[in-house]
Each structure stands twice: as structure tokens, then as C-alpha cells.
Design a protein around this ligand. Structure first.
Ligand code: ARG
Length: 458
């Protein structure tokens, strides 16, 4: 088996062509999935009487010892053998002789690689969900440790209305919750066992696809052999879910970058998660957050790459499909490492509550509350809005905050203003937004408890 699958050719393969098509440098990452699939396939061939007992046993033992060789770093990956599938098969034949050649009965590399990719992606989905949950838990820890902290809420990056810091963090909790749900749905469609599809048309042996599916932990077998060998929707869906996760992380990264500037001064990162400058000794840079923001771009790139790879492919298998792997591996690594480092980083965020509190009430951000005050006294909200708009302009012109204005100044804008308008504060503003989903401390307490229960699966 020194030149596999070249019996019909009269020439040696061209060196450049061979170098161009080889995939083992990256698809060796699928060795565990490939061996698990082969073991299940061999056992099924045996149970179905397609290959003899003793040969199946030999194959399974051989595969198991190959896995050990790989794990101990003793396996010689050989580029001459193109991909991980041929590397393992060639080693099997080397170890157990011609019997090893029985393993590929009723199988093609096309359904084999589809299986390996589905096994890999299922694992990646579960690890990503675990990473998301760990990060959600860190967000909740930070929120629960700072329930009394208010910060300015922004629209258009202009101070808008005060909100609780915990409420803000819970907004991110929601995004990551949707990411988990998206991955759970992606898992359902990935959880389909393609083996038995052969090259594209099915196989001519009395195989038992369900037993292979059961052994490998799949809940369904694929319904169409042509689709099964050429479908990579599950890769695209993972890439799409990964892109959305990175987008969410990147938005949070942007907040961390902004909030840790001297201009905002809302948070301080733990020294262990900040980096220095090679020239400016005073610098404390949020490089982890910046890199996460940057890496979102690379994951989006992998999504666009796989979509583009797939768009012109006629059915069924085409070698283009080999391009599904590196991008997927890189997205999985990027998402998992970003979640991991963010989980650790967020635990060490220190919030400057005095500063966020004074910013929360600054820049006339209680103006809506004052308009609401008038509206609750019967002035149509649009008119109340106009009155408070004029009041704010007056305050700006006189270089005063709303709380520094006298009641008699208020009254020149509307007779409905009374002394109690001065009791409008950041706290009263927060307490007043007592609707489900709102920022009132009572609602946030309920939301935090619900989030914790959801995270604990209750
Ligand atoms: N390395 C190939 C891939 O990733 C394996 C399948 C090869 N099949 C084939 N017919 N050449 O897609």
C-alpha cells in the first residue's frame, strides 16, 4: 500500500499537485473522530456478518492501538498519504496486514469525512455552550457583587438615562443566552449520522445504520445519501453562531475599552489582564478586549469563506469541501479561547461606583423623569417634553444642573412644578422603572434570580 489508489494511473502524481491537495497537516485533528467512526463501522460489519469475527476484532484492536500511538506522539503522519483517513488505514494495514483492507468495505471517504466532521462539530458545539455558560456565570457574579451600582445608559453614545450596572450586564447575559439556544438548534441538525451513504448512492451491503448511529451517540441517520456526503450546512451554522458570539463579545470588548479610558474612568481592569507599552511607562492597555474585537473579523471571514465555498457546488461530493476544515477549527479555537479569557478577565473588573453614579445623574439625564413628572400631573407628554426641553436649555445657558435650579425657576416653565420635583434623583429614576424587563432594583433582583435559575438548569 505504498501508493494507495493509483492503480489506474500510469504516472506518478505531480509533486505540486500532491502538495496542493494534501490535508493531513490539518485534518489530523480529526483522528479521534475518525477512529471512533471506524471502530463503530467495523463492529457493525462484524455483527451483520459482512466481515468475519476474528478480522473485525483485529481491526478494532489495531485502531485502538493507533489511537494510542497518536496520543503518545509516536505516530508518523505521512503527507504522501494525503489525509487522516488514508494515514490511519495505511497504518492499520501495516500493523495487522491485509485484513486492515476490510475496514473500508461499505464505506467511502465521502461519508467517512462527513461523519468525522459531524462528530467534531457536535463536540465543538457542546464545548462552546459550556464556555458560554461559564462566561454567563462570571457576568452574573459581577452583577450580583454590584447590585447597588448605577451607571449612565447611553443611546447614540450620548448619556440617556440612568440604569443599574447589573441591568447592563444582564443585557449581555441575554445575548449569550440566545447564542446558547442557537447552538442547541444547530446541534439538532448536526446530530445526523451519514455513514452508509457510501460515495454518494448508498452501499450494496446489508449494513445496519441505526446501530452505528447508536454507538456513536447520534439520534438520527441521514435520509438521503447524496445530501449526506455533500451537506456542510452544520459547518455554516456553527460558523454563523460563532460569528454572532464573537459579535457579542466584541461589543462588550468595546465597552471595556471605552470604560477603562481616563475619559470614562468607569472600570479598572485587573493588572494581570492589562498590558504595558514599550515606550510609555504609564500605559495600562486593554489588549485582551481589543484582540477579541479584532478576532471577530477573522471568524466572520471563516463564515463568508465557507458560504462562498459551497455556493457553486453541484451535487454531490466535490473536493472543494475539504476547505470546510481549517476555518472551522480556527473559529472553534478562537471562540473557546475568547470565552475563556473573558471569563477570567471579567472576574477581576473593578467598577468605580462613585464615578459611574455621578455620571449617571449628569448631563441632564434625569430630564425624561422630569417630563414624566409633568405628564403624571396631566400635561400631555409631548408638551411636557417641550417644557423640559426649554428648562434644560435654560439650565445650560445658566451653567447649572437641573438640581441646582430653584423651584421658582422651574415654575416659570410650568405652574405644575412643585417642591417635590427636587426629589427626582438617580435612585428615584431607577426605582420608577418598575416594569418587567426594566431597570428598577426590584426588577433587576427578579431578573438576576431568573438568570441564575436558568444557568443552573432549573
Ligand atoms: N480530505 C478529504 C476532505 O476533507 C476527504 C475526502 C476525500 N474524498 C475524495 N473523494 N477525494 O474532504
Amino acid at each position: 500500500m505504498d501508493k494507495p489508489m493509483r492503480d489506474r494511473f500510469s504516472k506518478e502524481p505531480n509533486k505540486l499537485a500532491k502538495g496542493y491537495t494534501v490535508s493531513v497537516p490539518f485534518d489530523k485533528r480529526l483522528y479521534r473522530h475518525d477512529i471512533a467512526g471506524s471502530v463503530a463501522h467495523a463492529r457493525m460489519l462484524w455483527k451483520q456478518g459482512i466481515i468475519p469475527d476474528k478480522d473485525a476484532e483485529l481491526i478494532i484492536m489495531g485502531l485502538t492501538s493507533i489511537r494510542e500511538e497518536i496520543e503518545k506522539g509516536q505516530f508518523q503522519f505521512n503527507k504522501e498519504l494525503e489525509d487522516i483517513h488514508m494515514n490511519i488505514e495505511a497504518r492499520l494495514i501495516e500493523k495487522i496486514g491485509d485484513t486492515g483492507g476490510m475496514l473500508h468495505t461499505a464505506r467511502s471517504r465521502n461519508d467517512q469525512v462527513a461523519l468525522d466532521m459531524r462528530l467534531f462539530t457536535k463536540e465543538a458545539i457542546n464545548e462552546t455552550i459550556d464556555g458560554l455558560k461559564a462566561f454567563q456565570s462570571a457576568l452574573l457574579d459581577l452583577a450580583e457583587a454590584n447590585t447597588g451600582v448605577s451607571i449612565p445608559g447611553y443611546t447614540h453614545l450620548q448619556r440617556a438615562q440612568p440604569v443599574l450596572f447589573a441591568h447592563y450586564l444582564l443585557a449581555y447575559f441575554e445575548m449569550f443566552q440566545r447564542d446558547i439556544e442557537r447552538l442547541q438548534q444547530c446541534l439538532e441538525r448536526t446530530d445526523v449520522m451519514p455513514l452508509g451513504s457510501g460515495a454518494l448512492a448508498g452501499v450494496s451491503y446489508p449494513i445496519d445504520r441505526s446501530s452505528v448511529a447508536r454507538e456513536l451517540g447520534f439520534s438520527k441517520v441521514s435520509a438521503n445519501s447524496i445530501d449526506a456526503v455533500s451537506d456542510r450546512d452544520f459547518v455554516i451554522e456553527y460558523q454563523a453562531a460563532a460569528s454572532i458570539i464573537m459579535m457579542h463579545l466584541s461589543r462588550l470588548a468595546e465597552e471595556i475599552v471605552l470604560w477603562s479610558t481616563a475619559e470614562f474612568g468607569f472600570i479598572e481592569l485587573d493588572d494581570a489582564f492589562a498590558t504595558g507599552s514599550s515606550i510609555m511607562p504609564q500605559k495600562k492597555n486593554p489588549d485582551v478586549a481589543e484582540l477579541a474585537r479584532g478576532k471577530a473579523g477573522r471568524v466572520y471571514g471563516h463564515l463568508v469563506a465557507i458560504l462562498t465555498t459551497m455556493k457553486g457546488l453541484p451535487l454531490s461530493y466535490n473536493r472543494d469541501l475539504q476547505e470546510d476544515k481549517e476555518g472551522l477549527f480556527d473559529s472553534v479555537d478562537t471562540v473557546l479561547s475568547t470565552l475563556e479569557v473573558f471569563t477570567a478577565m471579567i472576574a477581576g473588573v473593578h467598577i468605580n461606583a462613585e464615578r459611574t453614579h455621578s455620571a449617571a445623574g449628569g448631563n441632564y439625564s434625569l430630564a425624561t423623569d422630569i417630563a414624566d413628572y409633568l405628564a403624571k400631573k396631566g400635561i400631555p407628554f409631548r408638551q411636557a417634553h417641550a417644557i423640559v426641553g426649554k428648562l434644560v436649555r435654560y439650565a445650560i445657558e445658566n451653567k447649572k444642573s437641573l438640581s441646582e435650579l430653584e423651584i421658582k425657576e422651574y415654575k416659570t416653565f410650568s405652574p405644575k412644578f412643585e417642591a417635590d420635583v427636587k426629589s427626582i434623583t438617580v435612585e428615584s429614576s431607577l426605582v420608577s422603572r418598575n416594569v418587567p424587563g426594566g431597570t428598577a432594583p426590584e426588577q433587576v433582583r427578579i431578573a438576576l434570580a431568573a438568570a441564575r435559575r436558568m444557568l443552573n438548569g432549573k
